[in-house]
Design a protein around this ligand. Structure first.
Ligand code: FAD
Ligand code: SF4
Ligand code: SF4
Length: 483
């Protein structure tokens, strides 16, 4: 064991420098600075190089974390990058926005007593450095193949699959209904968690590697699924989930009650320099308003923190469970509290009050009852516990379900599960239609970026096997990272 590891006993956990809340509230820039090289090496050196690394077990990509930590501690950054990028198509993005407290870092063995190794920040540092130093190359194959793949959806699942298949030499076209590639990385997740330039840097790499992007192309409107099947040897559906869950309560039709994605897309577009009439008219701008966000997941956290930055008068988050039982990351709650967000735990909306526009949310207190079959304690309303929260902008962030895909894609034969997600054979990632595969949120339901990357990689492998079986003569090129 080299003596630059195992430093956790004498060296405490130190994240990269975090900007002060008062400064963060005024802009949309990321809140953490980049690691200084010496500090990254030091922090990586806190790893105890476990024989059974639980960090790796709990990373959906099974990243080889101990190895790249060791290489970073030894200053061998290019090798660290090679190891880290071997299992992850966007390590700098996962390093920024994975809920590490629930995944790798939350399962680091030194977490008990010594605080975990700062795995995510080191992962981000390695790949940001690799980009700076020109080590990250477009996915150029050594040999072109004749077979072509159509990928519908340019979110992390689609992009990861595109890169993997392009490396093998397939011709790739990515179709997306938005005007920019990136899916929720661009239009959902705000800049202060993930700057847009970081996502665009990834997409550019794919373009440079020969992937064709067809933006403003909606499957179901601009082509049917059957037409894409005719055009390509295999098709991947990676269209995510976008149907917002709603609240059925008196007054829910009042003005200034908006769904989270409409609010976030407008804010993200504004940040990207687009003309956004709905924002400019004030309808989706929180400036000077009392904002109430309903929900307790990542989307709700992004809404409250966006509202703070837009200059809201006050921002409150109503959630029906308590802090310990919320689905969003605890780190995000901490950031939000530092930035001035007030959490009203154990409360649920009962009605929206106002004449034409909302003026207040009537809520009730909640008691958490016995766990149901899923193991989660069920919220129960406490009778007579009403209270009002003033509001002139209410944002509903209650989660997402899939759209009616067979109708949307004009493909009645496409089978969906009872939750509306796409059913796939988990050995082949294929739907019930031969040559049509699926990955990401549209298979799992609303999940995480790191799972979308994992699914995209698995689907790419399965599609490669399928196409090779269809055309055994076309032996694929060896996957290659360098030009
Ligand atoms: P998406 O990213 O949704 O991409 C799907 C793409 O398909 C989109 O570009 C869409 O335009 C396109 N599309 C849809 N229908 C069609 C069609 N008919 N034709 C053509 N194109 C179509 N995860 C984390 O890990 N960390 C976070 O901090 C985090 N924060 C989040 C914040 C918000 C506000 C939201 C909503 C989600 C967040 N998530 C987070 C979850 C994460 O973004 C998703 O799990 C992930 O993006 C799913 O990837 P995907 O590729 O399956 O789908
Ligand atoms: Fe942790 Fe996510 Fe990186 Fe895996 S991909 S090591 S879970 S930050
Ligand atoms: Fe290192 Fe923690 Fe992973 Fe063990 S669990 S290998 S200490 S990062």
């Amino acid at each position: 064991m080299p003596n630059n590891m195992l430093k956790f006993v004498g060296l405490g956990q130190r994240m990269p420098d975090k900007r002060l809340a008062a400064e963060r509230r005024r802009d949309f820039q990321e809140i953490y600075a980049e690691f200084e090289p010496a500090r990254a090496a030091e922090q990586a050196g806190r790893c105890s190089q476990c024989g059974v690394p639980f960090c790796q077990v709990h990373c959906p990509l099974q990243n080889n974390i101990p190895d790249w930590l060791k290489l970073t501690a030894e200053g061998r950054l290019e090798e660290a990058y090679e190891v880290s990028s071997a299992t992850n198509n966007m390590p700098e993005i996962c390093g920024r926005i994975c809920p590490q407290d629930r995944l790798c870092e939350g399962n680091c063995v030194i977490e008990k007593g010594f605080e975990s190794v700062t795995i995510g920040s080191v992962e981000r540092y390695i790949t940001d450095t690799a980009f700076e130093r020109g080590w990250v190359k477009p996915p150029r194959p050594t040999r072109e193949l004749d077979q072509s793949v159509g990928i519908v959806g340019a979110g992390p699942a689609g992009l990861a699959a595109a890169e993997q298949l392009r490396r093998r030499g397939y011709k790739i076209t990515v179709y997306d209904r938005y005007d920019r590639a990136g899916g929720l990385l661009i239009y959902g997740i705000p800049n202060f968690k993930l700057e847009k330039a970081i996502v665009q840097r990834r997409t550019r790499l794919l373009v440079d590697g020969g992937v064709t992007f067809r933006q403003n192309f909606e499957l179901g409107r601009d082509a049917t699924l059957e037409e894409l099947r005719q055009r390509h040897d295999a098709v991947l559906i990676a269209t995510g989930v976008y149907k917002a869950r709603d609240i059925q309560a008196p007054g829910s039709g009042l003005g200034n009650i908006v769904p989270a994605m409409r609010y976030l897309v407008a804010s993200n577009r504004k940040g990207l320099g687009d003309a956004v009439p709905e924002f400019d008219s004030g309808a989706l701008d929180a400036a000077g308003r009392r904002v109430v966000v309903i929900g307790g997941g990542d989307t709700a956290m992004d809404c409250v923190r966006t509202a703070v930055r837009q200059g809201a008068l006050s921002v409150k988050c109503l959630y029906r469970r308590d802090r310990a039982n919320m689905p969003g990351s605890q780190r995000e709650v901490k950031h939000a509290e530092e930035e001035g967000v007030e959490f009203v735990w154990l409360s649920a909306p009962e009605a929206f009050l106002g004449e034409r526009e909302v003026r207040a949310v009537r809520a009730s207190r909640i008691h958490l009852g016995v766990p149901d079959a899923t193991g989660r304690q069920q919220p129960q309303t406490i009778e007579g516990s009403h209270f009002n929260v003033d509001a002139d902008l209410v944002i509903k962030a209650l989660g997402f379900d899939p759209d009616d895909l067979p109708v949307m894609f004009k493909a009645p034969e496409l089978k969906v599960t009872r939750w509306g997600t796409l059913g796939v054979d988990h050995r082949t990632q294929m739907t019930n239609l031969p040559g049509v595969f699926a990955a990401g949120d549209i298979v799992r339901g609303a999940s995480l970026v790191v799972w979308a990357v994992r699914d995209g990689r698995d689907a790419a492998e399965a599609m490669h096997r399928y196409m090779r079986a269809k055309s055994p003569g076309a032996e694929p090129a060896v996957a290659q990272a360098a030009e």
